[in-house]
Ligand binder design. Sequence first.
Ligand SMILES: [Zn+2]
Length: 316
Amino acid sequence: MGIVEEVFTIELPVGESFRIQRCRYTSKNEEDSKRISIVSGIHGDELEGQYVCFLLGEWLRQNPEKIRGTIDIYPAINSLGIDSITRSIPFYDVDLNRIFPGSKNDFLPAQIADGVVNVMRGSDLAIDIHSSNVFLREIPQVRIAKSQEETLVPLANLLNIDFVWVHDAVTVLESTFAHAMNTIGTKTLVVEMGVGMRLGKAYGHQLLDGLLNLMAHEGILEIEPLKVRFPIQSHVGEVAYLNAAYPGLFVPAIEHCQMVSKGDVVGHIVSALSGEVMDEVIAPIGGMLFTLRAYPIVYEGSLLGRIFGKICGDSQ
Ligand SMILES: [Zn+2]
């Protein structure tokens, strides 16, 4: 059975403490030395990963004889944020995923980042599960920095996700958990799926199958690899962004995850006060609507959706 441990504690001035817990499942055979860390809750308002952690823990409890390595589950990294329904670290208003690798001799958020890195140091693999934010809904996808493409894409392809997005927004990525871990030799994949503050059962089960498949391939679980979907690869197409031209109430006309054609109406921006339709949001390219706004109030420039369009011979 898994062992629940408190791996990291910082005393807070108010007499409380910040703590990170994990549940560790290990093989009885000491030669099984591979280690994977399953991580969620770096953002306190993202909860889909907690359900994945539950499903994986439940599976491991039922199949302990299949374990051929060490599997660590960290469902709630920003535990203060989760307890107070806050994305960032409460009181500091700092996004934990923007201050890695952190430092012991800095303010609390940096100490937390440093502690997280040190606890997970030595893992062969890490899966960092995010669920977008409260504004946008995402299909299950892995996002990879261009510099890590060769190492990480083959692993991402095992995860039963829909989309692998390789991109090169380097400046932001350097301060993330994934970048810090990849730098010290832990192959770390960032999963984005679902929407903030909610739980989607189907996506949870989809990623569970992906995790089991990955661990089967890596020899951490002694099971047959699962039949998983092969994700669409971002390099075969382009990503188009839909941004609001007016403030108002965004009313989608198309469901998330649908295929759209160039020129389709994705939604409308309306005025609740005057009853007018302010703008029609048109798909600039054809493809898959992989991101869709979930929070209806928008401002000029707000992201409404993203479409991934395949580049094909006859341009549509
Ligand atoms: Zn996140």
